[in-house]
Design a protein around this ligand. Sequence first.
Ligand code: NOJ
Length: 527
Amino acid sequence: MEPSDWWRTAAIYQVYPRSFADGNGDGVGDLAGIRARLPYLAELGVDAVWFNPWYPSPMADGGYDVADYRDVDPVFGTLEEAEKLIAEARDLGIRTVVDIVPNHVSDRHPWFRDALAAGPGSPERQLFHFREGRGEDGELPPNDWQSEFGGDAWTRIDDGHWYLHLFAAAQPDLNWDHPRVRSEHESILRFWFDRGAAGVRIDSAGLLAKDPVLPEVDPGAGVHPYVDRDDLHPIYRSWRAVADSYQPARVLIGEIWVPDTERFARYLRPDELHTAFNFDFLARPWDAEALRESVDTTLAAHAPVGAPATWVLCNHDVTRTATRYGRTDTRFDFAAKAFGIPTDRALGLRRARAAALLSLALPGSVYLYQGEELGLPEVEDLPLDRLQDPMHARSGGTDPGRDGCRVPLPWSGTEPPYGFGAGESWLPQPADWAGLTVEAQQRDPESMLALYRAALRIRRAGIGGDFAWLPAAPGVLAFERGDGFACVVNLSAAGAQPPAHRELLLASAPLRDGWLPPDTAVWLRRW
Ligand code: NOJ
């Protein structure tokens, strides 16, 4: 495989900069902290790092409200430090993927400020979706669209007009029919590619294009007014031309929540995006049939377009795997999030270990979200007055929000801040994380960190070749890759017998008389 094809098989680690490592001791993670910890990532054995947004931002949505796409927020550091970080990571063999947020800007972005100042009907307002309201005095929003975070997707301003925001009110949506919006984003891509970024992760990539009439959502219409519209494809074709103009070519990774796998795969045609996150797999319950079906539909949808599949278990938006798998309902569903769901943590961790071996053995690229390699649980008892996620606030307080998976990493020591920085961290860490620190797990050959390191090492040394299911008992997933490598995952309540093999490469839990106990996965070399 050409080195330029790295993205086809890469293990990509997601860093949430606020919560990775705090270099200056202000309680918030930063680029200095990340730079100091790059050797950790190299030792872990990942091929690339995707950084959540580090741009200047009022942080109304964790930095996904960008005020300047060509700089770094002072809380994280400077642009110069970002350039150094990219170069230092590259020296360690780690590529950098930056987060691009094209659907919306911050309400403090100069374009939006100018639009507010310029008034109704002005060219400045054309860059956004401003409309008059309905009702006698325009007191009703222009249509029924709902924010992804709950509540109306419209906010009214002093002159009586309304603007569209599919997320928080501080995130006005851009008008992608405007040529300036398009040229600006291509220039932003070049800005980061010129600084050595190997690729970009494209935020909310399925939402940019809107029906210009802004009609109400009609489930019977067949076409959604703002999700997965056909007009998105020309946008990504021109982005691909930008990415391909670099040497080596840069990589485009889409955040696309589109349930129809055939529609999803259209974004991955050879002249569009390279890959996109597999949210179907992420949302599946811990159930052999459900996961098997997801693998099958994923591979079947990707094959015709020649794109590699991706495998994702969690990220900064969803409940941590080690917690989700310890519940009665092991699916992920934004709508089902609630406080106080009973969780068996030991069971969740056991399954998360098995799921790690499953996802790392499947064909394609794989994402791991910081802390996943430590088996961190979702933190579900954060003080309510410390929660920052607009998803919590906009739900009227019923949705716990996404802060619970964004708690700063524990590095060392026996009490908060566990080597994350000095003093109190922006979200408090639990008192019982001493055993979960990197330091503690490095000493323990049975730890989650040891499992991930071993698995990534074996994967790098070569898990390749064609994928094929092997015969297996009900509730058991077994497949081979190429000649001789096999992965067996036992999701049943009974023991499972592995196929004949000459070497047990790795096990997520000890075998019993050669059999896999429930919720255990193994990697084998077959005869
Ligand atoms: C998806 C991001 O992953 C999420 O964190 C963010 O809130 C929304 N897009 C809006 O940018």
